[in-house]
Structures are given as structure tokens and as C-alpha cells.
Write a protein that binds this ligand. Structure first.
Ligand code: ZN
Length: 415
């Protein structure tokens, strides 16, 4: 080193000749900038705008990529998944097609109990190995951020094991992982009829342990007649609050227990599912800034009839995100492109709502909108470059992947 040159100069990158769907709200629908360019210094975007307005020093970037007029969006974000788990429920799916009832399947050891058993049987390494193909399927479609929940351990040791596996995935792939502690997902058999004891003896000590180890970015619960009551969820949210952790909730999926209102009263990041949400619940969410995360994969798999109240969400100004809810029982879905198509077809979401739902609003639902989710200076350079002529192709096709490449923290990830 001669003292003049920086031994580790930060590399500048430039993507030029691009059509940008920045998803910046102040720029109108999709935040479109034609004839655009994006410059990054290291992993940070330092310019996103008209190529003609590019500052001269950025035009001489260390590496320059010609997008050849392609569309560039923020990298996609899956803000609600359960991709870390053991086993699968394909056999159960087959039995149901052959006429078996949920009760018969449960008696034969199926249902969530089988996933809990399979998950408890795996080591952290084996959980990682099982989750990688699911993660890779998401990343192949331009995803760069994935939220992953625990909730199939239902004891302290395995809940922590699931979160450790989720954290490890971040070291194995170019991806940002956001973890969520979800021990109040189901009551394990040894606590049947004793939810209070399960919460006191497993959920709360497990949450303290997860927090102490830095394993939980947020806390979630399943508020439903077949799961936990609002009062029981409140006990867990109180503990989360005392630890400074944000909360979110599986709410109003099968009935209206007022879960979304409860979540809003805790300033929750999101309330998810929401098929049975009423207008008052939507208003409470809007006031609290709680994002509505809609999950069409579960709606489709369960062949639900009750649509989420999209009109009430729009009228109240509640933000809408969408996600795969990838889980072995009710949404074995590993495609955000298909999730967008389902949201448009089943829930009648607009193009703008679908695309914002897997970028800007998904980032908001995870509390990381300052870091990613739109293309703008100051944020991480997380981008997806597409072989499409118009953004509507991203939600219109079924089972087709037009990703050309994705950029994560300023680095090109070629497929
Ligand atoms: Zn879920």
C-alpha cells in the first residue's frame, strides 16, 4: 500500500438501457422510469432514474451492464413461508383425493402432527438440506428475501432448531432471511386441552431463548378456533413486546375471532390470511399500519369459498402484500410468480397490487422497507431483470419463468 490508494475500493456497477418498475409510489403506477439506469456503489444503490440524468462519475462505473431495454423490478420478497420443515404431506393429499376425511387422516397420524413428528426427527443439518430445494425454487424466480417461520417443533429445542436452520440458509445462498418465532401454531398432543400450560411452559421460555440467541426477528401466532384464542395470543405478544420484538398474526383464515384487531392493537407488522376479516378489522389495521398479507396458495389448496375483503382493504387504505405461505399441509407452493397469478385470478388484485405485494408491501410487512422492496438510492441493490415486453406478463403467465438474472446486494446472480 502506498497510502494513496484505497486497498479495498468499493466497486461501482451500472445497469443501463433499462425500463425500470421502481415501485416507488411517488412516481405513479409501478413507479415506471423508461430509458432508465441504476448505479450501485458496493451493495447500495446510489442512483436510480433516467439514464440521461446519470452523474458523469457514475457513468464511468467499474462494471457496466447493458439491459438491452429489459424491464427491471426490485428483487421479489416472500414475506410468509414455512419452508423449514421435515417430510411432506403428498400421501395425505392422495388419500383425500380418494375420499378420506380430515378426521380419518388425523386418526391415521396425518395432518400437522405428521409434520411436527417429521420435523422433530431431523437435525439442523437435515432441516437445512430439506429446505434448500424449496428455497432454490423461490430464488430461481427472482426472490432475494424470504421470511421463514418456526412452528413445527412445538417444544423449545426443535423450535430453536428450525430457526437455526433458517439462519444457516442465509450463509448457503445469496439471500436475505428474516426469521419468525411461531410456537403458538398448534398445541402438541401432550398439552391437548391445556393451551395455557403450553404457553407458560414452552412458548414463553422458548421465545426468551430464541431472543437470547438472536434467532427471532419477529413473533407470530395462529389465532383460530382450532388453534389459539386472542387472549392466549395476547400473552405471547406481551412477552414479544417486553423483548422489543415486532409481532404478526395468522388471523381470520377460517372464522372471525377479531385476531386482526388484536394484532393491530399491538402495532403488528402484518395480519395474514384474513378471509373472514370484517370492515372494523380492516379499519383497525389501516390505522395501525398493519399490512394485510393475502395467501392465495392456502385459499386454493383448501378450495375455500370465502374471499378476503379486498374492497374493504382498499377503502380503508390497508396495505396489501401477498406470499406463498409455503407449507407442507395447506400451501405446498414455491412460486411467487404463480402466487401473483393466483392473487389476480382468485382475489382480483390488480397488476399494481400484485407486483407491489411481492416487493414494496412485502418489505413493509417485514419491517425492512428502508432496506429493500423498491429501486431507489440508499437501498440494497436487490434487482430482478426480466425477459418480458410488459410487466403484466409477470402475473399473466402460469408456470412460466421469464427471469433473466437477479442482483443481490449489487452482485449478479446468474441462473
Ligand atoms: Zn402460514
Amino acid at each position: 500500500m502506498n497510502g494513496k490508494e484505497n486497498p479495498n475500493p468499493v466497486r461501482t456497477s451500472l445497469w443501463r438501457n433499462a425500463r425500470l418498475a421502481t415501485l416507488r409510489e411517488e412516481l405513479g403506477p409501478l413507479g415506471v422510469i423508461e430509458n432508465g439506469a441504476i448505479a450501485a456503489r458496493g451493495e447500495r444503490i446510489v442512483y436510480a432514474g433516467l439514464e440521461a440524468g446519470l452523474p458523469p462519475e457514475l457513468a464511468r462505473a467499474d462494471q457496466i451492464f447493458d439491459c438491452e431495454g429489459r424491464w427491471v423490478t426490485p428483487a421479489l420478497i416472500d414475506c410468509h413461508t414455512h419452508i423449514v420443515h421435515g417430510g411432506n404431506r403428498a400421501r395425505e393429499f392422495q388419500l383425500r383425493l380418494e375420499g378420506a376425511t380430515y378426521e380419518e387422516i388425523a386418526r391415521a397420524g396425518g395432518g400437522i402432527a405428521s409434520t411436527v413428528e417429521a420435523t422433530n426427527a431431523l437435525s439442523v443439518d437435515a432441516l437445512v438440506e430439506a429446505a434448500l430445494p424449496r428455497l432454490d425454487a423461490l430464488l430461481a424466480e427472482g426472490v432475494s428475501t424470504v421470511e421463514i417461520k418456526s412452528g413445527y417443533g412445538l417444544n423449545v429445542e426443535t423450535e430453536l432448531k428450525m430457526l437455526r436452520a433458517a439462519r444457516r440458509l442465509e450463509n448457503l445462498r445469496p439471500v436475505r432471511i428474516v426469521t419468525t418465532y411461531l410456537a403458538v401454531h398448534a398445541t402438541p398432543p401432550e398439552y391437548r386441552g391445556r393451551n395455557g400450560d403450553y404457553i407458560a411452559e414452552v412458548v414463553l421460555p422458548g421465545l426468551a431463548a430464541a431472543h437470547a440467541e438472536g434467532l427471532a426477528d419477529a413473533v407470530d401466532g395462529f389465532c383460530e378456533g382450532i388453534a389459539f384464542s386472542p387472549a392466549e395470543i395476547g400473552l405471547v405478544f406481551d412477552k414479544a413486546k417486553s423483548l422489543g420484538l415486532p409481532v404478526k398474526l395468522h388471523a381470520e383464515q377460517l372464522s372471525d375471532l377479531g385476531g386482526a384487531k388484536l394484532a393491530a392493537s399491538y402495532g403488528a407488522l402484518s395480519a395474514d390470511h384474513l378471509e373472514y376479516l370484517d370492515a372494523a378489522g380492516a379499519a383497525a389495521m389501516a390505522r395501525a399500519g398493519t399490512v394485510a398479507v393475502l395467501l392465495p396458495g392456502a385459499f386454493y389448496t383448501l378450495r375455500e369459498k370465502q374471499l378476503p375483503p379486498v374492497e374493504a382493504l382498499r377503502e380503508t387504505g390497508t396495505r396489501i402484500a401477498i406470499a406463498t405461505d409455503c407449507n407442507p399441509g395447506t400451501s405446498p407452493l414455491t412460486s411467487l410468480l404463480l402466487t401473483m397469478n393466483m392473487s389476480a385470478t382468485l382475489f382480483r388484485l390488480t397488476l399494481e397490487e400484485c407486483l407491489a405485494g411481492v416487493t414494496r408491501e412485502a418489505a413493509r410487512a417485514l419491517g425492512i422497507l428502508g432496506e429493500t422492496g423498491t429501486i431507489e438510492a440508499g437501498k440494497s441493490a436487490d434487482l430482478a431483470i426480466w425477459n418480458i415486453d410488459q410487466p403484466a406478463e409477470l402475473i399473466y403467465r402460469i408456470g412460466f419463468n421469464p427471469l433473466r438474472e437477479r442482483i443481490f446486494k449489487g452482485e449478479r446472480i446468474l441462473r
